[in-house]
Design a protein around this ligand. Sequence first.
Ligand code: PRP
Ligand code: URA
Length: 209
Amino acid sequence: MGKITVFDHPLIQHKISIMRSKDTSCKEFRELVKEVTMFMCYEALRDIPLKEVEIETPLTKCKTNVLAGPEIAIVPILRAGLGMVEGVQELVPTAKVGHIGLYRDEVTMQPHEYYCKLPSGIEDRRIIVTDPMLATGGSAVAAINFIKERGGRNIKFMCMIAAPEGLKVLCESHPDVDIFCAHLDEGLNEHCYILPGLGDAGDRIFGTK
Ligand code: PRP
Ligand code: URA
């Protein structure tokens, strides 16, 4: 079974609380998504491989560690996952970015794919799939299916808010994937929205409502 990390850090809890408020502006919401992603990414990349290189300091030569290639791939689930890309890039500027376009049918709640473009050599890269919301889990499971069908193997999933229902579905469907969520909420309402949640993450990031 993959590792599940739910963050209990006070700064993350504080920022998530501000994100939840309906009075938080789009601009502030986007900034908070980026900041929380940075904190989570720091932990999610704890096991990223290093290689030893020789460097000359102003005083002497020394052997020291730098990130080993190939560069990681960030794969946001469109649209809302885009809001988390900058937070990862801030820490790993060389990361490549792929995109998976999915939307949840508002009646059936089933995910529909409309776009998939992944960085070359995806089979050898460490992959971070981003989406702020893990609700029923349908979108995350479908996105990871697409990545695996294209050869991706080393996958982590990162979200802001998870519902227990979605977490269970994702763990059972992809037991090899490590999951990082900033907060685990109570559950889903009758429309499969997360409660208490933060509403529609895409609308809040892009100002579409
Ligand atoms: C939202 C969210 C996830 C999905 C989660 O996207 O960003 O991708 O729903 O729900 P699930 O776990 O039940 O699949 P949505 O389909 O609303 O598309 P959007 O990002 O374009 O707004
Ligand atoms: N998608 C969202 O954006 N929010 C939810 O609560 C559930 C799915």
